[in-house]
Design a protein around this ligand. Structure first.
Ligand code: SF4
Length: 387
């Protein structure tokens, strides 16, 4: 895996994003009406329980902006206001104590209004995420305000002007990726020209290749942290797969400081999938990882029933343990030995492993209980060692 890209560190509420060592942060967005304070708080609390670290809410009107203080008082994670077009909603959201804004200065249009917003954000010390989205790109030719100077940020390369940046691409074909990158550079230049650099960027498309190429192309050109996402990626199953592929490639490249898995479904699934992606790449620890054999004709025990039972049980486990559930003696012992705790079936019995060593052999009827006991013992040991 590539080394993480070093970016400018920003802070959303108390959550640090980017820099050298901060973890990749998991975000989500509420699905309900922001004006309904009670429902918004209830949804955000369930997301907090899943590990959501920053939440975004749509602010389509003043009533939604005015709901921000009440929502904030009922939650424990930073809140970002998602604004389109209306500068007065951005100003009201800042005044109402929001921890970050997601808006594109380009679609506010009026330079004085953008100045007012950036001054308010600067005063409140909150960042702005520029969210370039394939579905709402400005027409080609409508961008191009030149990026005057060069910015140098500690540990990040000397940056090119927008003209140099675009010239680095393929001039023969101005692709949608070029246009996304050029749009991002233009939006960034609007804020930089106002001496505002508390910025985070996203470049989202439904198409995985477009998204990946856009982030890759922008990465060497700006110092700002990236918020990753595959937009409108689909329902829980298809969207999780599409997001995992896109975000997986980018994170493996070392890109990405925060993520959101956008799913048409229960927002808790966004957070769960986000953590599974990060855990797969060893970028975050959160609860156990289960290695489960898919079962086949060699299975010596009912491994699928066991896997389902273990999956239910480990939902309550907070310790980052690697747990292997294997059905037979072919691959079973190898995987089970490599895990913190493993179980491998064999002839109506099961062997339990702890850190590679056999601890016991139990009858099939007792294997779930035996595995649960080992997990609880491991949890207790880890808690004691950290005390
Ligand atoms: S571990 Fe054994 S039972 Fe499970 S899939 Fe592999 S060969 Fe089949």
């Amino acid at each position: 895996m590539a080394k993480r890209r070093i970016t400018k560190q920003i802070s959303v509420g108390g959550v640090k994003i980017g820099g050298r060592d901060n973890p990749v942060i998991v975000q989500s967005m509420t699905t309900g009406d922001t004006r309904d304070v009670k429902t918004s708080i209830a949804e955000i609390k369930t997301l907090e329980d899943e590990g959501c670290e920053i939440i975004r809410v749509a602010v389509p009107d003043m009533e939604a902006a005015d709901a921000i203080p009440a929502i904030k008082s009922g939650i424990n994670i930073p809140l970002i206001a998602d604004i389109h077009f209306h500068y007065e909603l951005a100003l009201a959201s800042v005044k109402n104590g929001v921890d970050g804004l997601r808006l594109n200065p380009g679609n506010i249009r009026d330079a004085d209004k953008v100045r007012e917003i950036t001054e308010a954000a600067k005063k409140a010390q909150i960042p702005i995420r520029i969210g370039v989205n394939f579905g709402s790109l400005p027409p080609v030719g409508k961008i191009g305000a030149s990026r005057g100077g060069r910015r140098v940020v500690d540990g990040v390369n000397d940056l090119p002007t927008i003209a140099e940046a675009i010239a680095r691409g393929d001039d023969d074909a101005y692709t949608v990726v070029d246009h996304m990158v050029a749009t991002a550079l233009w939006e960034i230049s609007v804020l930089e020209d106002l001496d505002f650099d508390d910025i985070k960027i996203s470049l989202k498309a439904f198409d995985v290749e477009t998204t990946v190429e856009a982030y890759r192309k922008l990465a060497p050109l700006v110092p700002y942290p990236f918020h990753l996402g595959i937009t409108e990626s689909g329902t829980v199953t298809t969207g999780s797969i599409r997001s995992s592929v896109g975000l997986g490639v980018l994170l493996y490249d070392g890109l990405g400081d925060t993520i959101r898995v956008s799913l048409a479904g229960d927002s808790r699934e966004e957070v769960k999938t986000g953590y599974e992606i990060l855990k797969s790449l060893k970028l975050r620890d959160k609860g156990p990882i289960m290695i489960a054999c898919p079962s086949c004709g060699r299975a010596d025990v009912d491994v699928l029933a066991l896997t389902n039972s273990v999956e239910k049980f480990i939902k309550e486990v907070k310790t980052p343990l690697k747990i292997a559930v294997m059905g037979c003696e072919v691959n079973g012992p190898g995987e089970a030995k490599d895990a913190d705790i493993g179980i491998a079936g064999g002839n109506g019995r099961a062997v339990i492993f702890r850190k590679g060593a056999k601890t016991k052999i139990v009858a099939e009827a007792d294997m779930l209980d035996a595995l649960m006991q080992e997990v609880r013992a491991a949890e207790a040991e880890m808690a004691e060692s950290q005390a």
